[in-house]
Design a protein around this ligand. Structure first.
Ligand code: AMP
Length: 405
């Protein structure tokens, strides 16, 4: 595979698979971070004399069809992002309302150097998610060079990000700048992270992160567990967790993990104290209990002050930090403190020289909400893809870029 900055784009059309899956409200873009993150690759092609055909998915239109089986075009059309894209690029963006059909083929063929064309939501085609060869072949005809800059979908073998790459020889395909950056940052955690290496895991469930936990236990010095998933660990240690969210069927698995951690010399730290409520509600009264002695009528919704202190001390002494998943129900003001304080501790450790990678939608959202994003070493734009990489599983879209003559 080539490098984007080694390719000659003069007089050529680059087909760029970007991640333009932005949140929308009433037909306009609510948060343009993903558009902004895609700009460097688009601008690089334009600056070097090329034209750009952009493709992306938006939402899950196949899962939300109308009762008579039609796509909700108005709700999911990428046409809605054209004004935001034009504003970000400072130039006109043409739009083709099909996905590799006659219209996009014609409009792509007519593009001149310096022009940009966006085609319709790739997920309007059923063949996108199934990785259809036919769709990939039609998309591949829209450009001379293929640039994959969609890290957020790299763990999915879809037509527009994986199969399409197979239609380009290695000299005519490259990762975009965002994709390159994400892979480079992940390497810092995967290969010989500076020690002590601390992994902070939270979020709702253990079951979503089984492979990740197994892999990280082999490399980390400390594993700090908070959020809903902590209660399955506390249950495995014989604690009382009241009505807290837990997966009792995962207790045997958690026991093997704890044993594996002991064998490897990885220290697993569980919450010592827990803020609870009698119901899952922002209005409920918050109470504090030992994490292993939660009364039957209470549920744990955040880590308590002792836990914050002990987790923060370990974070302070770490040289490499990876964080995925909030420490509590940070969406509710009464239960956001644990997540906020851990974000502050990671931010402080980074300021004095530690490397910190924040991966996963909710932890990135939390860090940004607290205004601490700029203090971290790197915020991943692709939660699922980043977790898949750290689990040690191959990313199909990355592998497809290495294939071919
Ligand atoms: P995940 O997508 O697995 O990272 O989970 C994120 C979600 O977990 C957030 O929406 C949190 O509100 C939720 N969460 C964190 N801690 C708890 C808890 N103790 N009980 C219930 N939900 C939680």
């Amino acid at each position: 595979m080539a490098k984007i900055d080694q390719i000659n784009f003069k007089g050529k059309t680059a087909l760029i698979r970007a991640d333009l899956n932005v949140p929308l409200k009433d037909g306009s873009v609510r948060d343009d971070s993903r558009i902004m993150a895609s700009l460097p690759s688009i601008q690089h092609v334009l600056k070097n004399g090329g034209a750009v055909v952009l493709m992306s998915h938006l939402g899950r239109p196949q899962k939300e069809k109308t009762e008579d089986g039609r796509i909700q075009v108005g709700k999911y059309s990428l046409k809605q992002i054209v004004p935001a894209l034009e504003k970000a690029l400072g130039q006109e963006v043409k739009f083709a309302g099909d996905v590799g059909g006659e219209l996009s083929k014609k409009m792509a063929g007519d593009l001149k150097s310096g022009e940009v064309l966006l085609i319709e939501n790739t997920r309007f085609e059923e063949g996108e998610s199934s990785g259809s060869e036919d769709l990939a072949n039609r998309l591949a005809q829209l450009g001379d060079i293929f640039i994959n800059d969609a890290f957020g979908t790299a763990h999915r073998a879809h037509a527009s990000n994986t199969q399409v790459a197979r239609y380009f020889p290695r000299a005519k395909k490259a990762f975009g700048f965002l994709m390159e950056k994400e892979l480079t940052e992940a390497e810092k955690i995967i290969h010989s992270p500076e020690k002590p290496f601390t992994v902070v895991l939270g979020g709702a469930k253990v079951s979503d992160k089984i492979l990740l936990i197994e892999k990280l236990i082999e490399r980390a010095d400390h594993l700090l567990i908070g959020g809903g998933m902590a209660y399955t660990f506390i249950l495995a240690n014989g604690g009382r967790i009241g009505k807290s969210i837990a997966e009792p069927d995962k207790v045997p698995y958690v026991k093997t993990i704890l044993k594996k951690a002991r064998d490897k010399g990885t220290e697993v730290h569980l919450p010592l104290d827990t803020l609870t409520a009698d119901e899952f509600s922002a209005e409920a009264e918050a109470r504090l209990f030992k994490s292993s002695e939660i009364p039957d009528d209470q549920m744990g919704l955040d880590i308590g002050p002792k836990t914050i202190q002990s987790f923060s001390e370990i974070i302070r002494q770490s040289r490499t930090l990876f964080w995925n998943g909030p420490m509590g129900v940070f969406e509710m003001p009464a239960f956001k403190n644990g997540t906020l304080e851990i974000a502050r501790s990671i931010s402080a450790a980074t300021t004095v020289g530690a490397y910190s990678l924040i991966g996963g939608g909710d932890s990135v959202a939390a860090v940004n909400k607290f205004g601490l994003g700029k203090n971290m070493s790197y915020l991943s734009t692709g939660g699922g893809a980043m977790l898949t990489l750290l689990e040690g599983s191959p990313l199909p879209a990355v592998e497809a870029m290495e294939e071919g003559v």
